[in-house]
Each structure stands twice: as structure tokens, then as C-alpha cells.
Design a protein around this ligand. Structure first.
Ligand code: ADP
Length: 411
């Protein structure tokens, strides 16, 4: 504001034509310099503290207003320039004071150099140095339009440019870069941790499952019904834990773009029959029926598609009552092989259905009823999409759900 008035009151601008007196722009110049030096001198005491922007704005606003009134209205600001004799003693002493102020600011800034980005620190010091050069010239000029005065203005523009670079470009942009860098590193460490922890956990779980298998065989041999039941429980829980660990590892792979599918030519009807034989063993609480198949060849990763089917069947079992049927169909339509898994369980409300394939999403009803990480359907969607297929669901609350996936037919 003060600098703007300084500019427009200069007689060469022909705006304030009533006065050809260079005193007013000179006084405004000094007022602006006083404020600037003051800001530089007090700024180190605000390092690391939260600045009240409103209060700062109001304080500087009041100071600016007082300067303007004392120059234009009250005439209390001392005379700075007299036509004919040039700069007054007041102006010269003020410039010396301003130079001392800027020099002191450089010393203060230097004391806090470790708190600044090195580039910002250098730019601020450079700006202060340019300001000093500018004020040396302004203490020396004879006429407001001589070379000395002109050069002084150049220094001033350069000093503002240095501040602009320091504050706007580096002060705002690079801290975010720094922040993002730290975030990325933390996230990478987290991914690495999950990957290591997952693999570490998988080894003992596999051993536990092997032991449970052998225990099951022994208990069956000795006809120990309670022992057999316990061994089966251990095996079942082991399977559940290992499924969750695998889901976590898969999620991690998706996040680092490392989930891969190894596609091969597969007759999906034959594959489905085999997969269901295995799944019936794990989910003997429900009747898994295969109602329809059609001979189609698709290109797919067997393990990954088995994972999707197992997730559909697992959910159908989790979210429906024991002994209720789970119906599976496989057919061909519009150049796609479609697999559907229908249950007659709790169903999903319209509100929840849109989020069902989201990462970590679990409905309230789902949370109460069964354990899970809310990853199964998200991973299924990722797997199907890697196969360039489609995945969707139809459901009515309390009437059951039907989950579908479609894979393109092999050409
Ligand atoms: P999880 O089963 O581990 O919670 P999923 O991603 O497999 O995670 O499923 C997400 C949510 O979708 C579940 O929490 C559940 O609320 C709902 N859901 C999935 N399948 C069914 C289903 N067959 N019937 C009712 N709700 C389901």
C-alpha cells in the first residue's frame, strides 16, 4: 500500500499533479522501509510459533494508516526531501537506521539458519543484502531521478523477487514435497512391514494346519470323537487365519502394483466342478449345489479365480443360516462366461450395495454376524478386473444375494 502510494505520488506519474513536491513519495518510501525493517527484525521471534494472521493484518493496517495520515493529513511526518537542497538530515539518518536494521536482521536470521531450508535461508539473506544496497543508494542520491536513485529501485525490485522466491515458491511448494516424501517413505515402510509380517505369520500357520491334519487322522483312527472335533476346529481356524493373512498380502501387492495373474486356457465348467469339490469340504455347514454349467474355455489364472469363487461361497455361507442352500450356476452369454453364486441369507440393503466392493468395507449386519477384514470382495474385484472381466451383485435385504463374475471367452 505504502509502496503503491510512493509510486503514484511521484511527480513523473502525473497522478497527484497538484504537488510536484518529491517530499511526499520520499516520506512514503521511508514509511514502507520502517515497516519492512520492523517486520524483518521481529520475525525471528515468531519462528516455530503460530502466527495470528488477523492480528498481523490489523496491526500492519493500523501502522500503515497512521503513516498515511501523518504524511497526507496531519503533516507530522518529518520532511524527507527539500527541492533544491535534496535529502534532509532526517532522511539520511533514517536510511542509516534502516541499514543497521537490515544488517541486524541478517545476524538474527543467521542465528536461526538451522530452522530454514538452506535455499530459503540464502534467498532471505540475499534479499536483505539487496535491501541494504538499495538503502545505501537511497541515502546518497541527489535528485529523485538521478542514476543512483534509479539503481536503488532496481535493488529493491530484486530484493522483493528474492523474497517472493523464498516465500512463495520454496516456502509453500517444497515443504509439501518434503511432506509427501516423508509420507511416501512411511507408506513404503508399512508395505514392507506387512509383507514381512505376513510371510512370517504364514510359516507357523502352515505348520499348525499340518499338525491339525495329522491329529485329525490320529483321532479318527482312535475313534476319539471329541479329539477329532478339537482337531477339526484347529484346522478350520488355521484355514481362516491363513486366508486373512493371504488377503492382507494380496492387498499389499495391489498397493505396490504387484498383483499379477498368470493366465492359461481353462475349461471353466470342469474347473468349477473341481473347485466346488474342494470347497464343499471346507464349508460342510451348507449345501453347495451346482445347478448349471456350460462348456466354455476362458483365459484365466486358476488360483486367483478359485480365490474369487471361494470368497463368494465363503460369504454366502457366512451371511446365511446353517444348512441353507448355496446355488452355483455357470453359463455363457454375449461372449462371456458367467458364474453366479446365490444364497438365501441376510441380503444387502440398497444403501450398502454400492460400497460392497470397496476396500475394508463391511456392513453393520455383516460385522455383527461374521468375522472378516472387509477385503474379500475388494480383492475379488481387483482379480476379475485384471482378467478384463466384470463383477457385480444383486441382492434384496432378508431375501439373499447373488454374486456374479464374467470372464471374456477365449477367442
Ligand atoms: P468380509 O466378508 O471379510 O467382511 P467381504 O469384502 O468379503 O469382506 O464382504 C464385504 C461385506 O459385504 C461383508 O462385510 C458383508 O457385510 C457384505 N456381504 C458380502 N457377501 C455377502 C452376502 N453373500 N450376503 C450378505 N452380505 C454380504
Amino acid at each position: 500500500m505504502l509502496d503503491f502510494l510512493h509510486t503514484v505520488t511521484y511527480e513523473g506519474m502525473s497522478i497527484f499533479t497538484s504537488s510536484n513536491n518529491p517530499n511526499i513519495p520520499t516520506q512514503l518510501w521511508l514509511a514502507a522501509r520502517f515497516l519492512l525493517v520492523f517486520a524483518f527484525l521481529i520475525s525471528p521471534s515468531f519462528i516455530g510459533k503460530k502466527i495470528n494472521a488477523g492480528l498481523t493484518f490489523v496491526s500492519f493496517g493500523i501502522a500503515t494508516a497512521l503513516f498515511i495520515f501523518s504524511i497526507f493529513e496531519w503533516n507530522t511526518f518529518p520532511t524527507a526531501f527539500v527541492t533544491g537542497s535534496g535529502l534532509t538530515i532526517f532522511k539520511k539518518l533514517s536510511e542509516v537506521g534502516i541499514i543497521i536494521g537490515f544488517s541486524l536482521s541478517m545476524v538474527l536470521l543467521n542465528k536461526h539458519r538451522d530452522k530454514f531450508d538452506h535455499k530459503v535461508f540464502l534467498l532471505l539473506q540475499f534479499s536483505l543484502l539487496l535491501n541494504i544496497c538499495s538503502d545505501v543508494l537511497f541515502a546518497l542520491y541527489l535528485r529523485v531521478n538521478d542514476v543512483v536513485n534509479f539503481t536503488g529501485h532496481f535493488f529493491k525490485v530484486a530484493s522483493y523477487y528474492a523474497i517472493y522466491r523464498a516465500i512463495l515458491e520454496i516456502g509453500f511448494r517444497e515443504p509439501y514435497l518434503l511432506l509427501f516424501k516423508e509420507l511416501r517413505e512411511t507408506s513404503e515402510r508399512k508395505d514392507e512391514f506387512i509383507s514381512i509380517a505376513g510371510h512370517e505369520l504364514r510359516t507357523p500357520i502352515t505348520t499348525i494346519k499340518l499338525c491339525a491334519e495329522s491329529l485329525k487322522r490320529k483321532m479318527a483312527k482312535y475313534k476319539d470323537a471329541r479329539g477329532l472335533e478339537t482337531a477339526e476346529k484347529i484346522d478350520e481356524l488355521g484355514t481362516r487365519v491363513s486366508r486373512m493373512i493371504n488377503d492382507m498380502l494380496d492387498l499389499n501387492r495391489i498397493e505396490v502394483n504387484k498383483l499379477e495373474v498368470k493366465e492359461e486356457s481353462v475349461r471353466i465348467d470342469i474347473f468349477l466342478k473341481k473347485t466346488l469339490v474342494d470347497l464343499r469340504r471346507s464349508f460342510h455347514s451348507h449345501k453347495i449345489e451346482l445347478l448349471e454349467t456350460s462348456p466354455i474355455t476362458v483365459s484365466m489364472d486358476k488360483d486367483r479365480i478359485a480365490q474369487v469363487i471361494s470368497n463368494f461361497i465363503g460369504n454366502a455361507a457366512k451371511y446365511s443360516t446353517v444348512n441353507s442352500p448355496i446355488q452355483v450356476k455357470q453359463f455363457s452369454s454375449g461372449g462371456e462366461a458367467i458364474v453366479e453364486v446365490q444364497d438365501f441369507g441376510i441380503g444387502i440393503s440398497q444403501k450398502n450395495i454400492t460400497h460392497i466392493f470397496d476396500k475394508y468395507y463391511r456392513t453393520r449386519g455383516g460385522q455383527k454376524r461374521a468375522q472378516g477384514l472387509g477385503l474379500g470382495l475388494f480383492l475379488s474385484k481387483e482379480i476379475i478386473e485384471l482378467h478384463k472381466g466384470r463383477i457385480w451383485v444383486k441382492s434384496k435385504k432378508y431375501q439373499g444375494s447373488t454374486f456374479y463374475f464374467a470372464l471374456p471367452k477365449r477367442k
